[in-house]
Write a protein that binds this ligand. Structure first.
Ligand SMILES: CC(=O)CC(=O)SCCNC(=O)CCNC(=O)[C@H](O)C(C)(C)COP(=O)(O)OP(=O)(O)OC[C@H]1O[C@@H](n2cnc3c(N)ncnc32)[C@H](O)[C@@H]1OP(=O)(O)O
Length: 413
């Protein structure tokens, strides 16, 4: 290691609690292609269906949850017709679905946090399924009974890196506002982009093969000097050391999102896995070298990794580009397997999965093959439109944010 590890003298923001939620409807991957072609009335596209089956077979996804129902499609046939305007219908469904899903995740995060919802000072909401004002942030604040003075920010259309962007923003807010407690809620519903399969749009078929719905919520605050008067709350789970964003030059058309009267159009180039593989090490060098945590010739196995599960090929690219040992991305692969790519929300599921594995280890229930993921230092990574790579250096708390059911007094900076 090039220089000493950073000290924790500065009051860094920390993840204090995590909650996740998914819609009740769950589709197994082996049934998904049949379901998708049936509900979109596309069974006659035999070759395209076979291609999607090949994509799904190699996706590493076991099942996914979806808000979209056949009743919704029956009520809005324009969702299947690329020639018909459907944005109003999509936004109309998302107007309720996004805040409700976000609320389910946020309620779990707040319950774990242990303080009343009224103690939340800031709210950051991200979704790719919204173009409303007042939007999902205002509705979520209402549903949770947050104070009228809560400072709200909504991030629309940050793609798959939306969760990382929201956490970066929450870190900045927490570190510059004494006693701030920031609720981050990321909720995604693929119905904003759902469309019938089209031979001319194979990247849309890739998106339909991978995406699922879910919401993740996190409470962020700083953990500073002891203050006997501070409210009791859940101890830090991950300290947030530094955050960075890099746009890879010349890649701005490789992943893009376009809102039109047909809904949200994802463009995902087949070059994305190779671009990620080529660019990730330099990006991590830049993020980690200032903290003395850079890798070197032996790779990056001295860290734990919270990678956004954008697709199996993306996770393979991270693994190859950083020369990671098998098992280092087990948390991301599990989230991909159980939920698909939940776009911005997925990274919060990965943080939750990582801390769950650490708890099991602390409780004596060793994971089968993944003992090396219990490093103290790690990084969160997400790729979004741009091509933009968001990173955050994390330090897992010594207790994994869990000392039995104990809570401790945690103060702000
Ligand atoms: C939205 C955001 O902001 C950020 C994001 O996260 S974007 C989403 C990021 N995800 C991706 O880029 C997709 C990652 N891709 C994958 O995980 C894999 O390619 C996959 C699971 C889709 C397929 O697995 P694979 O190992 O590549 O299998 P492979 O046999 O090569 O491909 C299967 C078929 O899919 C096709 N395919 C794969 N990627 C494709 C792409 N991007 N566009 C069109 N077709 C594609 C292949 O051509 C192949 O077709 P045939 O069987 O007819 O030859």
């Amino acid at each position: 290691m090039a220089s000493p590890l950073p000290t924790m003298e500065t009051a860094h923001a920390a993840v204090l609690a995590i909650g996740t939620a998914n819609p009740a409807k769950c589709v197994a991957q082996e049934e998904y292609v049949d379901w998708y072609f049936r509900v979109t009335k596309s069974d006659h596209l035999v070759d395209l269906k076979a291609k999607m089956k090949r994509m799904c077979d190699k996706s590493g996804i076991r099942k996914r949850h979806l808000c979209l129902t056949e009743d919704m499609i029956a009520a809005h046939p324009e969702l299947l017709d690329r020639a018909a305007p459907s944005l109003d219908a999509r936004l109309g469904i998302a107007r309720d679905a996004v805040p409700e899903l976000a609320m389910a995740a946020a309620a779990r995060a707040i319950a774990e946090w242990g303080r009343p919802a009224a103690d939340i000072t800031h709210l950051v909401v991200s979704t790719n399924a919204g173009a409303h004002a007042p939007g999902a942030d205002a509705r979520l604040a209402e549903l949770l009974g947050l104070r009228a003075t809560v400072q709200r920010t909504v991030l629309y259309m940050h793609g798959c890196s939306a969760g990382c962007s929201a956490l970066r923003l929450a870190k900045d807010i927490a570190e510059s506002n004494r006693r701030a407690r920031v609720l981050v809620a990321c909720a995604e519903v693929f119905l904003i982009a759902f469309a019938a399969p089209d031979e001319a749009r194979l990247d849309a078929l890739v998106a339909a093969s991978l995406f699922g719905d879910g919401a993740g919520a996190v409470i962020v605050g700083t953990d500073g000097d002891d203050d006997p008067g501070a409210p009791v709350e859940h101890p830090p789970i991950f300290h947030m050391l530094s955050a960075s964003q890099t746009t890879i030059a010349g890649t701005h058309q490789r992943v893009s999102l376009q809102l039109s009267e047909r809904g949200l159009d994802y463009k995902i180039s087949g070059e994305v896995p190779a671009l990620v593989r080529a660019g990730i090490e330099r990006c991590m060098e830049d993020a980690l070298a200032p903290l003395g945590l850079a890798g070197g010739g032996g790779g990056w196995n001295h860290l734990f990794w919270a990678m956004h599960p954008g697709g199996r090929a993306i996770l393979d690219s991270y693994e190859a580009g950083l020369r990671l040992e098998p098992g280092k991305l087990a948390a991301s692969r599990r989230v991909l397997s159980e939920y698909g790519n939940m776009s911005g929300a997925a990274i919060i599921f990965v943080l939750d999965e990582l801390r769950r594995r650490r708890r099991r280890r602390d409780g004596g229930e060793e994971e089968e093959e993944e003992s090396d993921e219990y490093c103290e230092w790690g990084a969160m990574v997400g790729v979004g439109p741009g091509l933009t790579i968001e990173t955050m250096v994390l330090r897992a708390s010594a207790t994994g944010g869990h000392v039995g059911d104990e809570v401790k007094k945690s103060t702000t900076a």
